[in-house]
Each structure stands twice: as C-alpha cells, then as structure tokens.
Design a protein. Structure first.
Lengths: 288, 526
C-alpha cells in the first residue's frame, strides 16, 4: 500500500444520476405501457431512451475530462479495474440464466415431456428430438414446421470473424503499449469493422430465419432459446462496438498513453467477454 | 488508532448545492446513506400498511375488508416492497454510512454512481406501487412471481417486471461500489482480517448480489417475453417448463435470503462485543462462517420446491445440503453467546435488540431446519408454518438487527443520544407483539392452514384473531421508532465521539455527529 497517502478523488455533486433515474422511470413505464398496447407507451419509452443517451454522453464525457485532467490516480485506476471485472461477472450471470434455461429444457424438460406418462397420455408421438418447437408443434395443421439454423454456414463464419476481432484488438493494444498510434487506430478500426460485419451477418441470419426457415421467436422452446441467447449476445456486441468506437474517437483525439489507458482496456475486456459468450453460444446453440 | 479530522470548511463546500438539489446531486456517502435509510423506512411503513390490511381481513373467517383479488395483490406487493424496498435498501444505507467510516475511507469508491444507485430506487418504487392503479391492479402472482400465474397477470405484472429490473440495476451498482470500496480504500494498516465484521459480511453480501441479481433479471425477462413476445420458456406446450421458473427464481432467491441476513449478522457482531465489553469471540471463525453460508447458499435452492415432484435423489441432496447451513450459522450463534459469556453486560437499546435478535432469530433458524426436512416440508409447504418461519428470520432477524444498528449508530449520525426509555419501550413492545403475531402461525400451519388465502376454516379463527391483534400492536410499536428518530435528529443529549464505552472501531474516532467529510487523510491503523 505504497500509494495510500495519495488523496482519493471524490467527484463534485452531479446532476447526471438524477437524469438517469428519470430516464429509466420513463423507459420502464413506457415499455410496460407499450407492451400493453397503450398509445402513449412508445413515446414515453423513446423519451426515456433520449434522456438516457443524453445522460450517458454527459456522464462519460465528464469522466473522460476528469481522466484527461489527471484527477484519477493509481487507486482510482485500481477501483475502475475491480469494478469493470465485477460488472462483467454480473453480465456472465445474466447470460448464465438463459444458458441455464437452455440446458434445463434440453436435459430435463424435453425428455420428460416426450417419455412415460406425458408422452402416453398427453402428447402421443412427441419424440423430443432436439431441436423441436414443443409438443404443440405435433399439430402441423396449426403450427407450421420450421427448419433449424445450421452451424456451419454463417455462424461458423461469424465465429471466425469474432475470433479475428479479438486478435486485431490485442494487436491494437500492443500498438498502444509501444506508443505506435497508427497501429492502435488501425487495430481499433479493424475490430469495429469486424464487429459490424458480424452484426450484419447476424441480421441477415435473422431475416433468413424468419423468411425462409419459418424459425421465429415463438417457435416453441427452440425459437425462444435461440433468439433470446443470440439476441442478447448481439445486443452486447452492439454495446461493445459502441464502446470501441468511443475508444477510437478518443485515440484519434490523442487520449491514452502506454501507462494510462484503462478506458481502452475496459472496452477490450468487454469485447473479449462477448467473444467468449459467442464461443459457448456457437457450441451449445448452433452446433450441438 | 489515530484519525486526522479535517477542517470542516474545506474546499468541497464551496460548490455544494443547497435545498433539494443537494439531495438530488449529492456524492456524499453520508447524505446517500441517510436517503437510503429514510426511503427504506417509508417503504417499511407502506409494506406494513399492506400487512395490516391482510391481517385485518384474516381477523375473522369470511370476507370482510377486501376482495380476494385485492388480497392477493396485497400479499404479493407486501413481499416485494418489504424485500426490495425496505430490508435491502436499509442495509445498503447502513453500508453507505458505516463502511467508509469503519475502514477509514474518504467516501465510497464511486461517489457519483452511489448517488445513482439510490436515486434508481424511487423510480422503481413508483413503478411498483403505481401498478396498484393500472387496469387490473398490481400483480397478484405472489412475491415469487411463479409462472404460469405471472404469465397470465395483467398490466401490473409488467410494471413489477420493470421495477425489478431497475432495482436490480441499483443493487448491482451498489454492490460493486461496496466491493471496490472495501477492497481498495481501506486505511493503511487495515488488513482484511482486522476489518470490522460488518464490513466483512457486507463484502460477502455484495458478491452474492452481483452473482444473483442478474439471474433474477433474466428470470423476469423470460416472463416478459413469455407474456408478450410468444416465447415458451415456461409453457409446456411449447417445450418449456413452469417448474424451470422456480429453479431460476430460487437460484436467485436463496442467496437473496442471505443477502438480507448476512449484514444483520455483521451489525450484531459489532454490537455484542461493545456491550459485553469483550472482543468478539472467534473473529476468524465468524469470517469463515459467513463465507461458508454464502457459498452454500448457491447449492440449496430447490429446498423451496420439495412439493414440485422432484426426484427423491434431488430431495435428499437438497435436504442434506440445506441442513449443512446450520453448521456455520450455529458457529455464529455460539460465538455471540461466547462473546457475552462473563462479559460486563449492559442492556442499552442496541444491546437489547441484538440479544433479542439472537433469541428470535435462532427460533427462526430452527424452524428453518424443520422446513428443510423434505418429508415434513411436504406437509407444511405453502402453509402458515412457512410464513411463521420466514418472518422469524426476516422480521426478528433482519429487521431487529436493523433496529439494533440504528440505535447503535444514531449518536454518530445525529450527534444526539436516542431516548433510552423510548428505545427500550420500542424493543419490548416489538418483541412481545412480534411473537404474539407470528408464534401462533406455527400452529396454524401445522394444522394445515394454507398461506395466501383471504378466507379460512372456522377452526383457525382463534389463532388468526390473536395474530391480527399482535400485528396491529407490532405496527403501532414502530411509530415509537419514528418518534425516537425524529426526536434524536432534532436534539437531545449530545453524544460523545464514542458514546458507548465498550465500542471499538474507527467510526468512534471522529466527532458526533460525523463531519460531512471524514478521513480525507487516511488514518493509520495499528
């Protein structure tokens, strides 16, 4: 604890948190009204989003200014590191709930529904072979059959894209550590582009699923787990790409040096986290 | 222990806004702690009004006060408000006030985010309580929000879902803040194994929060998409499973009950040594016991689900794993009693509450063991026995410890001594009325009275009437606490820097009331 005599930075009173709270109140109320077909719902919802965006710009902008102003010493830096690590852990647990749901239905629910008394008395002929849309899909007159998403087309390409983006991001990090600013900016730009291509492919895959495979969010438990897992992952890729874009802008503006660049590292950690989630997703959602 | 007290008129004050803006924009852990505590007390009173309405209806058999639909909304909202609005924020309030003072930090690690963690709670409360007024009223699925009931509810359910999302966000940010503050901002010399036990219990609680609040968010998100977007997570016809909801929920829910009790253990572990005038017996074993309880809490969740038709192997595993938790909890109770053994005991209000906590919480712990026995649980599942059990641990456990802590630290917060006479009156009224309310519920449950039902068979009348009388007594007793706090905030006997002669810790080295900024220069802990 050699640096303990250093004063810890405590920020001035700030108006941003209360903006964030109002934003989330409108966001929550608007969403709850919207899903119940109340006309004002989407307006309230998007007003909340707008205030949230204002708040995020203002708040992170202030953090960047404070960082550039040299207010964050080594202990604040350590705090940021701890907090980003635990934030990512909380995200891991969020995905764990959905992966857990997938494992639970595949290992317990679907075999139980397709065997013994359930099969004999309730849903005769339900084989439970994965992937399936649940016993109600046996009634092919009411539920149109679907085609599952294959693993070795776009998803395999997307796996390569994300793995490559992890490499380009690490290359950018080495550039930063060696004060090669060109390598930093080029690496970041490549990573963001690869992320954008990934999202483009993902969007194409969704269109393909809805349009040609008849695979939709309401396609029983397969559709539910497929779209919720890949959808939340895609959302996290989007957030990660936005973070990296901010880091690219900051790099262009001359921020970061080989010693102080936690903002960059935090975005990189987050990017690697979405990378790892994708690998698990590729194996258990697309492949197996 | 030496502390450097900074000049109170330091540079921070030149920019501080006043009036409402001070509270909206503050980055001060003491301001934020105060707001948490006031918010949780308001929620405690509103959840209490719901409880009293429930008890009024149950005073006699038949329907007198409310309709069954509204009764179900009340039981649901009482649970949600008390868990997420009262108990959890109250402990975060204590953490905000005390952790920086106890470890010699100038503030929380992320002071602005700390403000947001608090100010997310009122919006969540508006969504939750406001859902009473939407078409169809509030959700009536029970606080556990089990599918398929929660999938079939009206608009109020969606408000509850988004309220839970916002409260979860608040909890995760608060927990990360506490973890980082404890790991990174301790004063020089404050080794982890020298930390006050309250900080230890909160550190472990914060880990639990970070691990399980996202799981709850996932569970309610699945309900939302099942309700409105056609997914089949909890619908067997689509290949899903309503029992899966219970697994996901209780994977959150069981650590959650320890989230609500571990900081209480921490508070009691601060108070008992102070009033026994002896160091805490078995400090290291207390730390390890807390960690053991936290780890075990992740592997026992299905003991809430013995009646769902689990395989016998599963029932056996969850039964034995659950009973294992009695070991570290027993270590704690033993250590508290051993701390008091041959101590110079005195029973000021904090100590009364802490001692009362040990008695009544231990009863709740024992009934928990009974519930853990799978064959017995089949009989008492969803009866008043379970209601009695968890109110013994949540009211007599968490709430009594919160009161103990409030009486203990009010002199530090306000600079005045809380009234000894009123504090004791509050304690004895609460203790008696608490037992009058909840003890008969054990008998009702064993006799087979189901929970969450507005009407009941005639043979349950006497104990229900008794419980209702107790509940109103308990509710009114809490107004004494309000009076104590208001009086204490306004004035009274000035408190010394260390008003309790046996108290130990850095928080007693700063003046009472604690200055707005403390430990701007870290103290040296020897």
């Amino acid at each position: 604890m050699s640096e303990t005599l250093e004063r810890y930075f405590v920020p001035e009173p700030s108006r941003f948190p209360i903006f964030g709270s109002v934003a989330l109140l409108l966001f929550g109320a608007g969403a709850a009204l919207w899903v119940n077909q109340v006309k004002a719902g989407p307006w309230i919802f998007f007003l909340g989003i707008a205030i949230l965006i204002y708040m995020l710009f203002g708040w992170f902008g202030q953090v960047v200014r404070e960082s550039q102003g040299g207010k964050y010493g080594t202990r604040v830096d350590a705090s940021f590191r701890w907090s980003m690590g635990w934030f990512i852990f909380s995200e891991v647990m969020f995905f764990a709930a959905f992966f857990g749901a997938l494992f639970y239905v595949r290992v317990l629910t679907v075999p139980a529904l397709s065997s013994g008394e359930n099969e004999a008395l309730l849903w005769q002929g339900y084989s439970g072979a994965w992937p399936n849309a649940g016993p109600r899909a046996l009634d092919t007159a009411a539920v149109e059959p679907f085609t599952p998403m294959g693993a070795w087309g776009i998803p395999a390409i997307n796996t390569l894209i994300l793995l490559t983006s992890g490499a380009t991001l690490t290359w950018a990090h080495y550039g930063l550590l060696k004060d090669k600013r060109g390598q930093l900016k080029l690496g970041l730009l490549l990573t963001i582009l690869l992320g954008a291509i990934f999202l483009g492919f993902q969007a194409y895959e969704y269109v393909h699923a809805y349009g040609e495979l008849n695979l939709r969010l309401d396609t029983g438990i397969y559709g539910s787990t497929f779209f919720m897992l890949t959808g939340f992952h895609g959302l996290h890729v989007t957030v990660g790409a936005i973070m990296l874009t901010v880091m690219l802008c900051r790099a262009v503006a001359g921020h970061f040096n080989s010693q102080h660049h936690f903002g960059f590292e935090a975005a990189a950690w987050y990017w690697h986290f979405v990378d790892v989630v994708w690998l698990i997703l590729f194996v258990v959602v697309y492949w197996l | 222990m030496a502390a450097v007290i900074p000049d109170p008129l330091d540079h921070h004050h030149h920019h501080a806004p006043s009036g409402l803006m001070r509270w909206l924009t503050t980055t001060n852990h003491k301001d934020i702690g105060t707001m948490y505590l006031i918010f949780s007390f308001v929620m405690f009173l509103s959840g209490g009004v719901m409880a009293l309405t429930i008890r009024a209806e149950l005073f006699q058999p038949g329907l007198q006060v409310v309709q069954p639909e509204f009764f179900n909304q009340l039981t649901t909202m009482h649970g949600l408000v008390m868990v997420f609005g009262a108990i959890m924020p109250a402990f975060v309030g204590f953490a905000n006030w005390q952790i920086p003072l106890m470890i010699g930090a100038s503030d929380m690690a992320f002071a602005r985010m700390n403000n947001w963690s608090f100010w997310l709670l009122p919006p969540a409360a508006i969504l939750l309580l406001g859902s009473f007024f939407v078409p169809g009223g509030a959700t009536a699925a029970g606080w556990t929000l089990y599918a398929p009931l929660s999938v079939q509810m009206g608009m109020g359910m969606d408000f509850a879902i988004f309220a839970i999302h916002i409260m979860g966000l608040s909890s995760i940010m608060g927990a990360i803040n506490i973890v980082v503050t404890i790991l990174n901002m301790r004063a020089p010399g404050m080794a982890m194994m020298k930390m006050p036990l309250f900080c230890w219990t909160w550190l472990i609680t914060a880990y639990l929060l970070i691990a399980v609040m996202p799981v709850l968010a996932g569970a309610v998100t699945m309900i939302l998409t099942d309700r409105h977007f056609g997914t089949s997570f909890f619908n067997a016809a689509g290949g899903g499973d309503p029992v899966m909801y219970q697994h996901i929920f209780w994977f959150f829910g069981h650590p959650e009950v320890y989230i609500m009790i571990l900081p209480a253990f921490g508070i009691v572990s601060q108070i008992i040594p102070a009033f026994a005038r002896k160091p805490l017996f078995g400090y290291a074993s207390m730390v390890y016991a807390t960690a053991s309880i936290a780890i075990l809490s992740f592997v026992v969740w299905a003991h809430h689900m013995f009646a769902t038709g689990m395989p016998a192997v599963g029932q056996l595993y969850f039964m034995y794993a659950t009973m294992l938790i009695a070991v570290p909890t027993g270590v704690k109770v033993f250590n508290w009693v051993a701390t008091m053994w041959r101590g110079s005991l005195s029973f000021e209000p904090p100590m009364l509450w802490a001692t009362g906590f040990i008695f009544v919480f231990t009863i709740g712990g024992f009934t928990g063991l009974i519930c853990a026995i799978a064959p017995i649980d089949i009989q008492i599942h969803d009866t008043y026995y379970v209601v009695a059990h968890f109110h013994y641990v949540l009211v007599a456990g968490s709430l009594f410890a919160l009161f103990a802590g409030a009486y203990y630290w009010l002199p530090k917060w306000t600079g005045h001594m809380p009234s000894d006479r009123l504090g004791k009156l509050h304690f004895w009224c609460s203790l008696v009325f608490f037992n009058v309310t909840f003890f008969p519920m054990h008998f009702l449950g064993l006799a087979g009275m189901p929970r969450r039902i507005p009407d009941y068979a005639l043979q349950f009348t006497d104990f229900n009437a008794l419980a209702t009388i107790g509940a109103f007594g308990f509710g009114l007793s809490q107004l004494i606490f309000l009076a104590v706090v208001v009086k204490c905030a306004r004035g009274g006997k000035p408190a010394a820097a260390k008003p309790w002669d046996g108290a130990e810790g850095l928080e007693w080295t700063v003046p009472s009331p604690a200055p707005y900024h403390t430990f701007e220069e870290a103290p040296l802990v020897k």
